[in-house]
Design a protein around this ligand. Structure first.
Ligand SMILES: Cc1cc2nc3c(=O)[nH]c(=O)nc-3n(C[C@H](O)[C@H](O)[C@H](O)COP(=O)(O)OP(=O)(O)OC[C@H]3O[C@@H](n4cnc5c(N)ncnc54)[C@H](O)[C@@H]3O)c2cc1C
Length: 206
């Protein structure tokens, strides 16, 4: 799994938005310590949380399973553009079937769990899918044989308020291990100066 932070809103945009409410622009230190404290106080402590929506982040997420994809997209207050199997399954036609214990080779296409029985079953499913595609079945039909472990990628944009909710839910011990790994990785990829807005939403026991 790989996460790249493609773009983010500087903190001074959020502090400017907050200062709009009180016409207190003259007190700004342009996204410095005073403004950072203001954002935390108003956005987090006073629960005037809509001000946090002025901060947004765009990530490129690679190598997550389709099992995790269907969990990420439950976070409705964010935007997604996902690699389409309808258009990209031809990538499987260009390769040879994997040995059922060739975890290193198959890892290019599937997320491994570390459980040999499960991972071999995923490799079998991948080989079955290759055979179906090579026999001339169209992507639109063949995709119904995809294993949940099949890797995908997406561009994901989310505002700070919604990201707090995502991190709180998905760093929890009760979340699926793969999305928990993703949530922790996303936090670590945030700009250092933004992390203070999110640290209280991380589940420390995860
Ligand atoms: C441990 C765990 C187990 C789960 N198990 C299941 C499961 O078995 N089956 C299943 O279907 N899902 C399951 N989910 C998914 C869960 O129900 C949510 O769909 C998902 O976590 C997204 O959360 P959210 O709605 O807060 O996020 P978002 O959709 O991003 O919404 C953010 C916030 O906006 C507000 N909001 C958004 N839409 C509405 C609305 N229509 N009405 C009112 N307020 C709204 C809410 O305050 C919400 O918290 C699970 C999630 C977790 C973390």
């Amino acid at each position: 799994m790989e996460v790249t932070l493609m773009h983010y809103t500087p903190l001074n945009v959020c502090s400017y938005a907050i200062r709009t409410c009180w016409n207190s622009f003259d007190k700004s230190d342009n996204g410095g310590e005073k403004d950072k404290a203001l954002i935390d106080r108003v956005g987090n402590k006073y629960k005037h949380s809509s001000t946090l929506e002025h901060l947004s982040f765009s990530f490129y997420i690679q190598g997550v399973s389709r099992a995790v994809l269907q969990e990420i997209v439950r976070h409705r207050i964010s935007s997604f553009s996902v690699k389409s199997t309808r258009y990209t399954l031809k990538e499987l036609k260009k390769i040879e079937p994997f040995r059922e214990d060739d975890y290193n080779g198959a890892e290019r296409f599937i997320v491994l769990t570390g459980n040999e029985e499960v991972d071999s079953a995923s490799i079998k499913a991948l080989n079955n899918l290759q055979a179906i595609l090579k026999s001339g079945v169209s992507n639109d039909i063949a995709k119904y044989a995809l294993p949940e472990s099949y890797k995908t990628e997406l561009t994901w944009s989310i505002n700070a308020r919604s990201l707090q909710n995502f991190l709180q839910l998905r760093t929890s011990k009760s979340a699926l291990w793969e999305i928990r790994d993703l949530a922790n990785m996303i936090y670590n990829k945030l700009p250092k100066e933004h992390q203070y807005l999110f640290k209280d939403y991380l589940n420390k026991n995860s």
